[in-house]
Design a binder for this molecule. Structure first.
Ligand SMILES: C[S@@+](CC[C@H](N)C(=O)[O-])C[C@H]1O[C@@H](n2cnc3c(N)ncnc32)[C@H](O)[C@@H]1O
Length: 221
């Protein structure tokens, strides 16, 4: 998979794209990234990408021209999305759908937002939740990280992904590791039994209990 990221702060992504599962997937050439600095497409020598809003009001607006020119500089754009509070809410289902794409482009806004006309040059808009970030970069990272773990070969043990929360309309089961006892709090006996069928049953039951308690809304029949 290939992901193009358009931003005025591409350096934010550098460490992120080298780290953990994303970094390894990149190394294994399961995923490719292209960072495009929107400022490189500014019309003046100062790299100006924002201007005052028509009609007045607070904040600066990201100009349409540098964004569109930046996008036009990339031949293989695939499906293009603007990160935006107005967009469709990102969730695991959307992550799964997007992970099937060959190429994706993510456009990060900043300031008070982007010139409305940018929306005519993208295929869709994605929001990562009902709150306001200062820019689309962190939202793009959320999407990149969620998608990467779904790509075949990115996570060592595919069963780890299959049993994650939201995969089967359930939260993940509780997890324990050493020590067996910590300040009198013990690991459930069944996990020490070596009986895989019993352990599986216990995990499924616990996942159902947790989902009922915390996220009834995601439960499937
Ligand atoms: C300060 S925000 C602009 C918010 C805009 N004035 C509004 O109220 O809808 C600047 C940029 O951050 C990004 N952003 C902010 N919140 C976001 C969210 N929940 N999901 C995705 N992107 C977001 C968008 O790219 C946006 O253009």
């Amino acid at each position: 998979m290939k992901i193009n990221i358009f931003s005025i702060f591409p350096s934010i992504f550098e460490l992120f794209l080298e780290t953990g599962i994303v970094g390894r997937a990149k190394e294994k050439e399961i995923i490719f990234f292209k960072l495009i600095d929107i400022r490189d497409f500014a019309s003046d020598a100062y790299g100006k990408v924002d201007d005052y809003p028509y009609g007045g009001g607070p904040g600066m607006v990201m100009m349409v021209k540098p964004i569109v020119k930046a996008m036009e500089s990339v031949e293989d754009k695939g499906t293009t999305y603007l990160l935006s509070p107005r967009g469709k809410n990102f969730n695991q289902e959307m992550a799964k759908d997007l992970s099937k794409e060959k190429t994706l482009s993510l456009v990060c806004g900043r300031y008070k937002g982007v010139d409305e006309r940018v929306r005519e040059f993208v295929d869709g808009e994605i929001s990562i939740g009902d709150y306001i970030l200062s820019g689309g970069e962190v939202a793009a990272m959320v999407i990149v990280e969620a998608l990467t773990r779904l790509l075949p070969g990115a996570v060592g043990d595919v069963n780890s992904v299959n049993t994650d929360s939201f995969e089967k309309g359930l939260l993940d089961a509780p997890l324990y590791t050493r020590p067996r006892v910590f300040r009198e709090k013990e690991v459930p006996e069944v996990l020490l039994s070596g009986n895989h069928a019993e352990i599986e049953n216990w995990r499924e039951e616990e996942a159902v209990k947790l989902t009922r308690k915390y996220r009834k809304d995601i439960m499937k029949n």
